[in-house]
Ligand binder design. Sequence first.
Ligand SMILES: [Zn+2]
Length: 114
Amino acid sequence: MIFKKVIDGAGFLIGEAASAITDIPSNIVKREKKEILAIIKAESLTCTSSSCNCLATPLYTTRDKYKCIGCDRQFADTNHNIKNTVEAKYRGNDKESIYNSRVEYLTLLHRAKK
Ligand SMILES: [Zn+2]
């Protein structure tokens, strides 16, 4: 039942993000979500907590802060400039909410696998 809850949660978050973007065709939003997910994975580090080793994703509004999707630990490391990377590539809608919904999605997926 915990797994079902996680899936419902993921559906809710995806719905939330989609409803915030009304002026962009859904196929483009879908493509951007996929590409932003790839950017997140490329820019992420491994959590520096010795027993964890999970993915630590860049925090959108910072230049050098990361948050682990496994243990929630937050730390500073090499500059990621994720906001500039995403916003230089896309214009016209709220990238921060898409970005954060993708991070939530990765976190829920990760926790569902445990
Ligand atoms: Zn961690």
